[in-house]
Design a protein around this ligand. Structure first.
Ligand code: ADP
Ligand code: MG
Length: 919
């Protein structure tokens, strides 16, 4: 999409969604850009100031100051005017190239008004869209809220400009259709969501044009963010252009029916089209690792997806003539009041915003409540005022023009509508967790089953072996016995045989090849017959053989037994191995549980951050600055107290309790840089709450934070750690602890390295707190604390300067207390010695009130000591004191300055010398 001359040239800052933390201040009052308010007068010479304001200026990287843009559109004469006004000139004359409009007073005199764009009666619908609405539509697609609104007398072309469907001639299509065409061309159907509601506001009642039975829709305001929504309105998802057109037709038909029923015309009601766009931000949506990915990896990539939810509101207002005439046209009181209420409330709000009034009566009507974000809010807003040419309606035309002129002075702070989709992150985390738990359980069960099975099998085998061994032994025994009996029997038979053969008493003596025979040779022959001896020999031999066989069998069985025993030992070893594996598994489980705890702590951190960024969003939108800058912290504490009843917060606190302070503190020393950052953010958030501070310090948190400042090179860590230290430094005991642990030199070093003004702001805030401790004055100066504080004024960021000024005021106050104590002899102020005076004088009248007020106090403290007077006079501080005594908005400071001026002899002498009367 191309830009054109109407679109202003500044680039829109992109929101830094991540990392926003509690201590960051998004208030807008000190913005150096606040001087760029437009001052549009109905004169030709205003063009330069108009150009200047149109550049807008970026305050931080997500908020941009942008004026409401106003175009005027002139309707061509209609048939009736052609006839009725034939003899008269048009009451207006447009000069589109000069962007001016002349409104004729009479034949010789006219007023000239300047607009952002002047659209003549010849301007095409396409050009009107491109000039009025397209830049807004582009912004909405980038994530900003946007409003396009038409204002003007009935019959001047509001509906023609916005709602025309172009059925006969496509070139007549109005802004609503063209805007949706551009939106649908840009969004991705898979990742983005476009939905629409269409409403009518009549007599302070909101009716649903997409569902006419829904005729009393309430407007709901988020008490925290101030965002308005209409939860009762029908919301239709739009996927293509045709369905949108049908929806508009349906809405129009319902509008017609509703107005017929109520006996009214559409010109008395406001029609409001709301287009909601939700887009996921590509490239910043880091997904969780795959299902079987390692937990460590998962921890690292754990970032919630980012979504942008923006809203385009297109408003076709009721005819503006009702404002003046409704009373005179015989309406019932109720109707007249209601018709007027919303439009006149809108006029009042715009007047209040144009004049920068403290009070804007937003709550006076439903219309102004609905358009809260469009005027003076965060939306980019474009207004087209429609007028007719007829001199008969000069009065109406003039009042429409004045409305447009005032609207041009309204400044919005446009802000990207981006948020973490941490609901989806949490959903994904839960699924991941469930999967891990189930997987773990499954594995554990499988291991147990396997062990049981193996133990059973081993037992079975052992008893089998034992059984078979006993069996074999028994068999062998039986066999041996049987063999033995058989051989005895055989021997007996042989013996009998031989006896029969050789006859009784015959003994054969002779050589034999048997050793036993030889032995028996030496035995007296009377005892045994030779046959008998051989038999016995044979028997003995057999017996020996049998014994050997039995022995061999026993050996064999023994070796079998050994083998089975070995097998059993192997089983036992395996059993041991499996047990070890089970132990490892238990260990792994413990680790997983640790990871889960860490994830929970990260989730806790993310929730805190999301809360905080939301709060910052709210704060930025409301534009209200905390009036007290006595410390950085009360604002934060207040927020926390306010949130403590909140259910969501309570669950976060519970989560924190589960994780435990010691664990979080131990994560500060983690090897993993991401974990360190998460941990320090969690600690910082906890430190923001006074009730946690003692616990943190007791658990060694302060020392860990200081160590982190020393060891880390990461600026985010520095910023967050310094913020936490600043919080802890609100308490006297902690202040002494910080000093005794070399805190000043660490903070100075951090300041010297810092790039980000918010880091400096935290460091300056911490030192400023230390400056308020009477006991630490000398040490603070000796260790360079005062010089470090003054060194930071190089960064011109008002938040940093405010903290420096607060530190100086604290220091001067302590000095003043010390020297007013009896018996203390003091020299010139350390602040003057260290060269702070020129900066103090230079900023004494700084436009940012926190800076100014602290410096005014510091000057008064310094001036209370005569010994400082000479330097102060030489340095020009006397004039500032005089100014303070006259102009300071705080009465007590004014009175103090006056008293000092009157009581100091040196100041008196100088004032007298200069002939300034201060007696
Ligand atoms: P409003 O909504 O302000 O009451 P409408 O849009 O209904 O006014 O316009 C009144 C009449 O004027 C309609 O008939 C419309 O077609 C016609 N009209 C309005 N603006 C133009 C224009 N720029 N060119 C031609 N006809 C127009
Ligand atoms: Mg209309």
């Amino acid at each position: 999409m191309s830009s054109n001359s109407y679109r202003n040239g500044s680039s829109i800052g992109r929101g830094g969604g991540g990392g926003a933390m509690k201590l960051e201040n998004h208030s807008s009052k000190y913005s150096p850009s606040s001087s760029s308010k437009s001052k549009v007068q109905p004169t030709a010479s205003s063009s330069t100031s108009l150009r200047r304001s149109s550049t807008g200026s970026s305050r931080d990287d997500s908020t941009v100051s942008r004026r409401v843009r106003v175009a005027v559109r002139l309707r061509p004469r209609n048939a009736e005017e052609m006839v009725a006004d034939a003899d008269f000139a048009d009451c207006v004359e447009s000069q589109p190239e000069l962007k001016r409009l002349k409104l004729r007073k009479n034949n010789w005199d006219s007023d000239t008004y300047e607009f952002d764009e002047v659209l003549t009666e010849f301007a095409s619908q396409k050009r009107v869209y491109e000039v009025v609405a397209k830049p807004v539509v582009e912004s909405v697609l980038e994530g900003y809220n946007g409003t396009v609104m038409a204002y003007g007398q009935t019959g001047t072309g509001k509906t023609y400009t916005l709602g025309r469907l172009g059925e006969e001639d496509a070139a007549d299509r109005g802004i609503m259709l063209r805007a949706m065409e551009d939106i649908l061309a840009e969004v991705s159907p898979e990742n983005d969501l476009v939905s629409v509601s269409y409403l009518q506001l009549y007599m302070e009642t909101v009716q649903d044009l997409l569902n006419p039975t829904n005729d009393s829709i309430s407007i709901v305001e988020d008490p925290k963010s101030g965002d308005v929504s209409l939860p009762g309105a029908t919301l239709v998802e739009i996927r293509d252009h045709k369905s949108f057109k049908e929806l508009l037709q349906l809405g129009e038909a319902h509008r017609f029916a509703a107005n017929t029923k109520l006996n009214t015309e559409s010109s008395r009601s406001h029609a409001i089209l709301m287009v909601h766009i939700k887009r996921s931000v590509k490239g910043r949506n880091s997904s969780l690792s795959s299902e079987n990915g390692s937990m460590a990896l998962m921890g690292k990539t754990l970032k919630p997806p980012v979504v942008r939810k923006s809203k385009l509101v297109i408003v076709d207002l009721a005819g503006s003539e009702r404002i003046d005439k409704s009373g005179s046209e015989g309406h019932t009181l109720e109707e007249a009041k209601s018709i007027n209420l919303s439009l006149s409330a809108l006029g009042k709000c715009i007047n209040a915003l144009a004049e920068n009034s403290a009070h804007v009566p937003v709550r006076d009507s439903k219309l102004t409540r609905l358009l809260r974000d469009s005027f003076g809010g965060t939306a980019r807003t474009s207004l087209v005022i429609t007028i007719g040419p007829s001199p008969r309606h000069r009065g109406e035309t003039s009042s429409t023009i004045m409305f447009g002129q005032r609207a041009m002075k309204v400044e919005n702070m446009v802000k990207i509508k981006e948020e973490f989709d941490y609901k989806s992150l949490s959903r994904r985390l839960e699924i991941q967790l469930d999967k891990l738990i189930a997987e773990h359980e499954r594995q554990q069960k499988a291991f147990q089953d396997e062990i049981e099975r193996m133990a059973l099998e081993a037992q079975k085998r052992i008893s089998e072996v034992e059984l078979s061994y006993a069996d074999a032994l028994e068999k062998e025994k039986l066999r041996c016995q049987k063999d033995y009996l058989e051989s005895v029997k055989r021997l007996e038979e042989q013996w009998k045989e031989k006896q029969e053969k050789h006859g009784h008493g015959k003994v054969k003596l002779g050589p034999s090849d048997d050793g036993i025979e030889q032995k028996s040779n030496r035995v007296p022959p009377v005892l045994f017959a030779p046959g008998e001896v051989a038999e016995i020999k044979q028997k003995l031999h057999n017996e020996i053989l049998l014994r050997k066989a039995a022995e061999a069998e026993i050996d064999n069985l023994k070796s079998q037994l050994i083998h089975w025993k070995q097998t059993e030992a192997a089983r036992n070893a395996e059993l041991l191995k499996v047990r070890k594996m089970l132990e490892d598994e238990v260990c792994q489980k413990a680790k997983l549980e640790e990871e889960i705890e860490m994830l929970q702590s990260q989730l806790l951190q993310i929730s805190f951050e999301a809360d905080e960024s939301r709060r910052n969003l709210d704060r930025g939108m409301g534009g209200n600055t905390p009036s007290s800058m006595e410390s950085l912290m009360p604002e934060v504490k207040h927020q926390q107290l306010r949130d403590s009843g909140d259910g969501e917060k309570a669950s976060v606190v519970k989560l924190f309790e589960q994780v435990g302070l010691h664990k979080i503190l131990s994560l500060l020393e983690s090897e993993d840089a991401d974990v360190r950052i998460h941990a320090v953010k969690v600690v910082a958030n906890l430190a923001a709450e006074e009730s946690n501070q003692e616990k943190i310090v007791e658990a060694g948190g302060l020392t860990s934070l200081l160590t982190l400042l020393r060891s880390s090179n990461d600026e985010t860590v520095h910023r967050v750690a310094a913020g936490a230290i600043a919080n802890l430094a609100m308490n006297e005991t902690n202040q002494e602890l910080i000093m005794s642990q070399g805190g000043i030199s660490l903070l100075s070093l951090t300041a010297a390295k810092a790039q980000d003004p918010q880091t400096l702001r935290m460091v300056a805030g911490a030192i400023a707190n230390l400056c308020g401790n009477d006991k630490l004055q000398a040490k603070l100066r000796a260790e360079g604390g005062v010089r470090a504080l003054l060194g930071m004024v190089g960064c011109r960021h008002p938040d940093v300067l405010a903290q420096v000024a607060r530190g100086i005021a604290n220091f001067a106050k302590c000095e003043s207390r010390a020297s007013s104590q009896a018996g203390t002899k003091s020299g010139r102020s350390v602040l003057i010695e260290d060269g702070a005076l020129p900066w103090i004088v230079q900023n004494a009248n700084n436009e940012a009130s926190p800076i100014r007020r602290h410096i005014e106090l510091a000057l008064c403290h310094l001036a209370q000591h005569e010994i400082n007077a000479k330097e102060m006079i030489n340095g020009g501080a006397l004039w500032e004191l005089v100014r303070i005594s006259r102009d300071c908005s705080r009465e007590d400071i004014r009175a103090l300055a006056l008293r000092i001026l009157k009581s100091s002899p040196s100041f008196q002498a100088e004032l007298k010398r200069l002939r300034v009367d201060y007696g």
